[in-house]
Design a protein around this ligand. Structure first.
Ligand code: GLA
Ligand code: ZN
Length: 685
């Protein structure tokens, strides 16, 4: 698929579940889907029960027939391994495969993603199934990728997990003394004498319910989150290795879920040949939130293109309110994914179910059963456009962002596990404030991990860097000393990797580069705000207000109220050749817009384009040239004054600088400035 020469055009298609339909209907589906120009199907996602009706027998007859049809209709296949839901016989015979919930309840057979990742029985049967599948389908040259399991997620607290957790800890910490240290176990007489004293941190032990799940021991719950994510990664790698044994060159992936808290996708990135993910925004999510998730996914493999594995053509059944995608949105959001780095446009699903919870999830072929629907027309229109206009032009293109936002799963877990200073802290919400301001100005942004090399960026923003991990402080210092601009916020630099406070004054190891000392932090209830001045304006200070002393930094803004009125809230420190900013509170959208614009202007950073509000611009570059994607999220026509000449690839029109490019409601344009675009002549029309 990605970087794979088997698909010459952008892969377009998605999940098809023929096992839910009589065989006689399959070929009609293929004919109709071919009309929609699909060229790829994800197959076999939840098929284990039919593939393996009991412990010892396998039956591939149906899948063989479907695979034959894919060959007959020249459809590429993303073949899944079906291990995302186990068969009933397995649960009946081996209850140890069933997960135990946070509440300590052993589940019965039901739902999906229902197997304990650390169950030896589950792993044994998953391995055996994948072995059979890989052996059988190794020679199908229309398989362009393998899709391991499905949307790994959730968390298990069973006895298998407890045992494995102890081993995971032994490997990580070596001695029980070290475990006592990193978890601070002399608190509340928790000192452990033996690894057997370790129990899973759920409701039966350290966790409790109080307006959400909370924990008494942050270090234990944090390590459990890491362990749970690692266990699922082991399952992924186990299956991947089997696939690679039979097809060393085939690409292997699994579908991620964007900003999904239980799985540390950054740790998984290296194990996937390409990242793929499922984009299901809530009906009230804005385009900035979607864009941020795309960028987060692109960052998992250092900016390599990813695959949009799933999105709904219409509605997702599981939303509280299943609002229809307005005409044009299917196309707009598909191009938005491409604009942010996707090399595919794929959907869930090709044909709508008739029973169970997804029967009201839109598909290409809906219950009416033909192509005479708005959704089918929109989908097939997009299929044709991608095939005829976009072709393979954008494949492999990269985003050349000069701004990075640090996103870190450990911080996400740790910040939100924290008992104090405020339950209003939301890691993703805080990051969104910064992302949205940059998005609104059309800056391309990379969402990076703490491991990413910073040297290519002019501005690095690390909101809520509560946990400053081993070495990251030095990395930031070097980056700033070398001329970089760094920005972090309140509640940063507080702890090290085990959630133990770094003594000597906040923000810990970041004190020098920021040139400040945070003496205290005031938490404000949601309805309260302090105020601070910046430039000519005044902005609210919410959630947390750091009480800052300058230790070399300059004050850019001060609180206006309460006993800390006059104390700095915003600071800037020159450090070597660069600067480090500190935003000591949560402000509002107006502030982030002004503040980040000033920083970007000072750094002379150019946005992808200067557009009217509601028109998103993003750039990707490959050997074919520079693609400027213009996405009109407005429900009305909006014009864009072309800044650089280019060929609009969807309409085939050439534009010169200064021309007005009209975008209809929810319309898209892709301006290609070829590498050698009409060299020497700037007026092109
Ligand atoms: C997920 C799953 C699919 C399907 C869709 C429905 O993304 O991977 O199998 O259930 O949700 O929205
Ligand atoms: Zn378990």
């Amino acid at each position: 698929m990605i970087e794979c020469d088997k698909v010459k055009t952008i892969p377009f298609g998605g999940d098809y579940n023929p096992e839910q339909w009589p065989e006689e209907t399959w070929e009609d589906d293929f004919r109709l889907l071919q009309k929609a120009r699909i060229n790829i199907m994800t197959l076999n996602v939840f098929n284990w029960a039919l593939l393996q009706p009991d412990e010892t027998s396998y039956c591939f007859d149906k899948l063989d027939k479907v695979m034959e049809l894919t060959q007959k209709y020249s459809i590429h296949v993303c073949l899944a391994t079906s291990t995302g839901a186990h068969p009933a016989w397995m649960a009946r015979k081996y209850p140890d495969i069933l997960r135990v919930t946070q509440g300590g309840m052993r589940r019965k057979y039901g739902r999906r993603h229902n197997a304990c990742p650390n169950s030896p029985t589950y792993r044994k049967y998953a391995k055996a199934l994948v072995e059979e599948l890989a052996k059988r389908y190794a020679d199908y040259d229309n398989i362009v990728a393998w899709h391991i399991s499905n949307e790994y997620g959730g968390i298990c607290y069973c006895d298998n997990c407890e045992k494995q957790f102890r081993l995971w800890l032994q490997k990580k910490y070596g001695t029980i003394e070290e475990l006592n240290r990193v978890w601070n176990l002399n608190f509340w007489s928790h000192t452990m004498y033996d690894w057997e004293d370790v129990v899973v941190p759920n409701m039966l032990s350290e966790e409790f319910e109080d307006n959400g799940i909370r924990t008494m021991f942050q270090g234990i719950s944090l390590d459990y989150a890491r362990f749970n994510s690692d266990g699922m990664l082991e399952c992924f790698n186990m299956e991947k290795e089997i696939v690679k044994k039979y097809m060393p060159d085939v690409l292997v992936t699994t579908n991620f879920m964007g900003a999904y808290k239980p799985i540390d996708y950054q740790k998984w990135g290296d194990s996937l040949d390409f990242v793929s993910w499922d984009n299901y925004p809530n009906y009230d999510d804005g385009p900035a939130e979607i864009a941020m998730r795309h960028d987060l996914m692109r960052g998992l493999k250092d900016g390599k293109p990813f695959a949009l594995m799933e999105q709904t053509p219409g509605v997702s059944n599981w939303q509280e309110v299943c609002k229809l995608k307005r005409p044009g949105i299917l196309r707009l959001w598909s191009y938005q994914a491409v604009a942010h780095g996707s090399d595919t446009v794929m959907f869930f699903q090709m044909k709508q179910n008739i029973g169970a919870c997804e029967k009201f999830h839109t598909a290409f072929i809906n219950h009416v059963g033909n192509g005479e629907t708005r959704v089918f027309r929109e989908a097939s229109g997009l299929g044709a456009e991608l095939k005829e206009k976009v072709k393979d032009l954008t494949l492999g293109a990269r985003t050349d962002a000069k701004i990075a936002i640090v996103f870190d799963w450990d911080n996400w877990w740790a910040v939100e596990n924290s008992a104090g200073p405020s339950r209003l802290l939301s890691y993703v919400e805080e990051i969104k404030q910064y992302y949205k301001a940059l998005y609104d100005m059309n800056y391309d942004v990379d969402m990076i991990s703490v491991k990413t090399d910073l040297s290519g960026y002019r501005l690095v923003i690390a909101p809520l860097l509560y946990m400053c991990k081993e070495g990251f402080d030095k990395k930031v210092e070097e980056y700033v000393a070398g001329g970089g601009t760094f920005l972090t916020t309140y509640f940063s630099g507080i702890v090290e990797d085990h959630d133990l406070v770094v003594c000597g004054g906040y923000p810990g190891k970041l004190k020098d580069v920021l040139g400040i000392w945070v003496e205290e932090t005031d938490a404000l209830p949601a309805e309260e705000a302090n105020l601070f001045s910046y430039g000519e304006k005044t902005f609210p200070a919410r959630i947390l207000c750091d009480l800052i002393h300058l230790r070399g930094a300059k004050m850019l803004g001060a609180y206006q109220k309460d006993f800390y009125a006059g104390m700095p809230v915003l600071t800037k420190n020159s450090f070597g050749k660069g600067n480090a900013y500190y935003v000591g509170t949560r402000a509002n959208e107006g502030f982030y817009q002004i503040f980040l614009k000033e920083i970007c202007d000072k750094l002379e950073l150019k946005p992808a384009a200067y557009t009217e509000p509601g028109v998103e611009a993003a750039v990707r570059v490959n050997n074919n040239g520079r693609f400027l994607f213009l996405l009109n999220h407005n429900p009305c026509e909006t014009a864009y004054q072309v800044e650089e000449p280019g060929a609009e690839i969807l309409s085939g029109r050439d534009y010169a600088a200064g021309d007005m490019l009209k975008l209809g409601a929810y319309d898209v344009a892709v301006l290609l400035r070829e590498k050698d675009f009409r060299q020497g002549s700037e007026s092109t029309v």
